[in-house]
Write a protein that binds this ligand. Structure first.
Ligand code: C2E
Ligand code: CA
Ligand code: CA
Length: 534
């Protein structure tokens, strides 16, 4: 006769259930959907009460947790799994790694990891045949405790799976803080199926995890459609009713004997829904090129106003010049680097790139913070291009150039030029620069103000003859003078009646040369000829 145990009955009978073996593991195989081979299994707790029938974990585990009894049950389960693996090894049954669940209350017990390690040694099971699952939500009680447990597990050599990833509690950020080896993505948390938003969330998680080289197991996979979809975005490891329900020990052994096995490796299939799939394949030509042959490059995602950095190459980090490591860039919020104005410029460039499908560019100022160099404001020129998209999520390839020193020089030289022009304005002098290569003349403020010249006079000196500021009968002489300077003469001077009033001015030129000794430009000045006798 079946009856669900009450809370009181659970608490009262747990010791007996463990002692008498009413509690035992079921095993749910994990399959590579692309090859049909088994890559591991998860041990799931079952409680068969001799009087009231099968009890399910969803009912009794929360009770055990709230009475601080779960660690007994989990240690017992771990021991049963070790016994099982030992049995397989001793009987030439080809074993696969089995994952054991670790409650978040186990994590809070400071010696839990030591206790399981002792059990493993007792049965002499190789650590590669055991994995530990911790729930993503364990981190609610504090990241540090979970990180410590993880360190200990890694110290002993256990691979750690993050269970129930994508339940909404933390998303991608947790991956950067917790160094897990495998991620379990629960299909049931992603409502709306594989299309629409759910699908986009899954595919962005897969992209991210691929970059981190972390394999993903999709769990709760019930249909071929779901498994095919996961495979299409590069995640072919599945666990769920589609392949197997949780199996009894004997059923599991018979599947172990029937199915081929293969080790779990980072899933590296192409992302077919994005053109840019090959970017996530570490062996692809694209990755090789990305890492070695292009300049400072990064891959970002952009969705509904949010930007996330997925990948950067070494040159990108070097270009920022801040002694950073990748972790200081990946997963951080890039928007924090910009003030409102620069953010608007950057985002507008992304939008343009989305519309045009072409490469678009901008120059922005960013605030970069690094552990080793502190904070600095830098100028970056960015070229970016959309290389793929899934729904509203865009994958963007960007190349950057640090133009801080150019910018600073330019700002300094503008200031310098301004000071120079102001100085001439104070003295009774008209001054200008003449560039040989472009035939441009840049006048001082006084020239601009009193002679109504634009900031740049093109095709100099022709316009000044045309508007009558220069006398026509000096045309040949003036052109000859400029020509001699252009040919390398260091200076030249002449008295010329200038302006419409034909007032005599002393015109002087001094040539500036480049490092190769080639004439670059000439500084010109005109001073009123003062009759010394007056
Ligand atoms: P979980 O760790 O997420 O385990 C997967 C659960 O999903 C299992 O439920 C499994 O039977 C079920 N499942 C498998 N395939 C499918 C599918 O295709 N669709 C759906 N809808 N469900 C599927 P189960 O065995 O009832 O376990 C429930 C939960 O109880 C587990 O969730 C885990 O959180 C906890 N649990 C189970 N065994 C242990 C244990 O030994 N220790 C601890 N601390 N918790 C355990
Ligand atoms: Ca689990
Ligand atoms: Ca799960």
């Amino acid at each position: 006769m079946y009856k669900k145990l009450t809370e009181e009955e659970i608490v009262d009978s747990i010791d007996t259930a463990i002692r008498e073996g009413y509690i035992f593991p079921y095993f749910q195989p994990q399959i590579n959907h692309s090859t049909g081979r088994m890559i591991g299994a998860e041990a799931l707790m079952r409680w068969e009460d001799p009087e009231f029938g099968m009890q399910f974990p969803k009912e009794f585990i929360p009770v055990l947790e709230s009475y601080d009894l779960i660690f007994q049950a989990d240690l017992y389960m771990f021991e049963e799994v070790c016994k099982f693996q030992k049995y397989c090894l001793d009987n030439k049954i080809s074993a696969v790694p089995i994952s054991c669940n670790m409650s978040r209350y186990d994590i809070y017990r400071h010696d839990y990891v030591e206790q399981i390690e002792e059990i493993r040694r007792k049965y002499d099971v190789p650590v590669r045949l055991l994995r530990i699952e911790i729930m993503e939500s364990s981190a609610i009680g504090g990241m540090e405790i979970v990180a410590q447990a993880l360190d200990k597990l890694h110290y002993y050599g256990y691979l750690v799976e993050m269970d129930d990833f994508g339940n909404g509690y933390s998303s991608l950020n947790i991956l950067k803080d917790l160094d897990v080896d495998i991620i379990k993505l629960d299909m049931n948390f992603l409502d709306g199926g594989t299309g629409g938003r759910g699908g986009t969330i899954i595919s962005s998680i897969i992209q991210m995890t691929k970059w981190l080289n972390t394999p993903v197991i999709a769990e709760g996979v019930e249909t071929t459609d779901q498994a095919d979809y996961m495979e299409s975005i590069g995640c072919s490891y599945v666990q769920g009713f589609l392949y197997f329900n949780p199996l009894s020990k004997d059923e599991f052994i018979s599947e172990l004997n029937k199915l081929d096995h293969e080790p779990l490796t980072p899933a590296m299939n192409l992302i077919r829904t994005m053109d840019a799939g090959k970017f996530w394949d570490p062996d692809s030509m694209e990755t090789l090129i990305f890492s070695n042959f292009v300049g400072a490059a990064a891959v970002l995602t952009y969705q509904e106003g949010r930007v996330e950095i997925l990948r950067v190459n070494k040159k990108y980090i070097r270009e920022l010049g801040m002694n950073m490591d990748e972790t200081e860039l990946i997963g951080t919020d890039p928007w924090e680097m910009y003030d409102d104005n620069n953010k608007a410029i950057y985002e507008a460039t992304i939008r343009r790139a989305i519309r045009s499908g072409e490469e678009e560019s901008c120059e922005t100022k960013r605030l970069v913070c690094s552990k080793s160099c502190g904070d600095a404001e830098i100028w970056v020129s960015t070229d970016l291009r959309v290389i793929g998209h899934a729904g509203e999520q865009y994958l963007i390839y960007t190349m950057i150039k640090n133009i801080t020193s150019e910018k600073e020089n330019m700002i300094a030289s503008i200031a310098h030029e301004k000071r120079l022009r102001t100085a001439f304005d104070q003295a009774n002098v008209f001054a200008w620069e003449y560039f040989f290569a472009t035939k441009e003349m840049r006048p001082c403020f006084r020239c601009m103000r009193e002679l109504h010249l634009p900031p740049v006079v093109e095709n100099y000196p022709e316009p000044l003859f045309e508007n009558g500021l220069f006398p026509e009968d000096h045309r040949e002489m003036y052109y000859d003078m400029l020509k001699s300077l252009e040919e390398g003469k260091e200076s030249a001077e002449a008295v010329i009646p200038l302006t419409v009033g034909r007032i005599p001015f002393h015109v002087r030129y001094t040539t500036e040369f480049d490092e190769m000794g080639k004439p670059l430009k000439a500084y010109g000045s005109a001073v009123l000829v003062v009759n010394e006798e007056n």
